[in-house]
Design a protein around this ligand. Structure first.
Ligand code: NAP
Length: 436
């Protein structure tokens, strides 16, 4: 019987699914001790800080994470930043393997003039702001104008647009942070454009998200019906329409045909619109889009442009991993081969490994594949070590019982106001909740 110690870095879906895969891989020949390190004092990664508050069902996967955490071979080390509080080499030299599940936290840049004007921000700031990430709680999001533009045709863009376009009373019973809820209640935004640079048929939105749009109670959703039928014709002319494209096109048709109720709030999709420039004197005043067309299956710039006057621009065009001292990154991910960081005992799972793609459940199969490789690489277990040596003196660790206290305090605060929880967003207050 061999007993191995594994460090996992990052307490998001990839981290917990990796721990679960390791727990499931224990047998009469091998067992694992699992230490999960997390920079924040709060756990669950994107399940807490990414998933839109009006999609609470997606967050029920946190129950699975807590079940994993309740196993006797699991320990949590929250409020510990690897690469700062503890060096990566301290983990690789002591643990049999280290699995980096650190995600992709930085929004990709558009690279167009005006991108840095006040009023232009990334979904990588806006989403953690409304979801209560302590590093983003102090952002000043100005919703005093009437029109917002969201750039990108993926599910993150959809989340951002929906959060801006729905009536904030729909967010009252959710875990949207108090500061964001107050800002949304004071918002003057009534029109939200979502711009995709290619055709309707190329959008990265998924069908369930599209099918939800006609159900919005206080928001009309517009897509040009001609653009939908043209996209359908192009897709059909190119051969058999792929299943996910066919279900998206059907969802678009239903959105286009859905009767509008004359709500003062609306979302409008614009396709074949490539952002060229964000203009404004000392803040965002308009976005200039180049008009694309599709010729022989290729997206081509027509050379024509149009403008959308607005006061807020959110770009949701993908993410890249944030650097970590001692870990080699390339093209926005940790350089790896199928999850192995060659020549080391480091592995990676999730967005840090494959880039920002897939839904939360995708990380389960990803974790299980990488854990299979990790196990096939294991040799003689290392000597057991004293983990306390790694923790900087006087540093408060959020262990599983401290996290349970934070979790319980937030849920208790939510109960009298009919919310699943009221999130604490101050790092210092989170730490003190962990002590109580
Ligand atoms: P995504 O799905 O990859 O979409 C990124 C979008 O940005 C694409 O439409 C892309 O267009 C566009 N884009 C990239 N560069 C651009 C540029 N320079 N100018 C204009 N547009 C540009 O990424 P995401 O929305 O960040 O989502 C990440 C992952 O999380 C996805 O797998 C998503 O499904 C998942 N997610 C799921 C949910 C859910 O299930 N409810 C919610 C949120 C996120 P091109 O295609 O033309 O490159």
């Amino acid at each position: 019987m061999a007993h191995y110690s594994i460090a996992i870095v990052g307490a998001g879906p990839a981290g917990y699914f990796t721990a679960q895969a390791l727990q499931n891989a224990q047998n009469e020949d091998r067992t694992f001790s699992i230490d999960l390190f997390e920079r924040l004092p709060t756990m669950w990664g994107l399940v807490r800080l990414g998933v839109a508050p009006d999609h609470p069902k997606i967050k029920t996967v946190a129950k699975v994470f807590e079940k994993v955490a309740a196993e006797p071979n699991f320990r949590l080390f929250g409020n510990i930043e690897i690469g700062k509080d503890i060096d990566i080499e301290d983990l690789t030299s002591r643990y049999d393997a280290v699995v980096m599940c650190t995600g992709s936290a930085i929004g990709r840049k558009l690279g167009i003039p005006g991108e840095d004007l006040p009023g232009s921000l990334s979904a990588a700031e806006f989403v953690p702001w409304y979801n209560g990430h302590p590093d983003f709680a102090a952002l000043n999001i100005d919703l005093s104008g009437t029109t917002a533009v969201v750039i990108g045709a993926g599910n993150v863009a959809m989340d951002c647009a929906r959060m801006l376009a729905i009536n904030p009373i729909e967010l009252d019973p959710t875990d949207t942070t108090d500061h964001a809820l107050a800002t949304f209640h004071g918002s003057n935004i009534r029109k939200v454009y979502i711009a995709g640079r290619r055709g309707v048929e190329h959008a990265a939105f998924t069908a369930p998200e599209l099918r939800d749009l006609p159900k919005l109670e206080h928001t009309d959703v517009y897509i040009d019906a001609d653009q939908v039928s043209e996209a359908h014709a192009r897709a059909a002319a190119a051969g058999e329409i792929e299943k996910h494209v066919a279900s998206n096109l059907e969802a678009w048709r239903l959105i286009a045909e859905h009767p509008k109720s004359g709500h003062e709030r609306s979302m409008e999709f614009r396709f074949l619109s490539a952002p060229k420039e964000i203009k404004g004197n000392d803040k965002v005043e308009e976005v200039i889009f180049g008009i694309n067309k599709i010729e022989n299956g290729k997206v081509v710039d027509t050379g024509e442009t149009y403008s959308i006057p607005c006061s807020l621009v959110i770009s949701a065009i993908g993410y890249q991993a944030a650097p970590i001292n001692g870990v080699y990154f390339h093209n926005g991910i940790i350089e790896n081969e199928a999850g192995r960081v060659l020549g080391t005992n480091i592995y990676t799972v999730g967005w840090a490994k494959r880039g920002p793609s897939g839904v939360i459940g995708t990380n389960k199969s990803d974790a299980s594949d990488v854990v299979d490789l990790l196990i096939s690489d294991l040799k003689e277990p290392k000597e057991t070590m004293d983990i306390a040596m790694l923790i900087p003196a006087g540093h408060q660790v959020i262990d599983q019982s401290a996290w349970a206290k934070i979790n319980a305090a937030e849920a208790a605060a939510g109960e009298p106001v009919g919310k699943p929880r009221v999130k604490e967003v101050s790092w210092a207050k989170l730490l003190s909740l962990g002590l109580n």
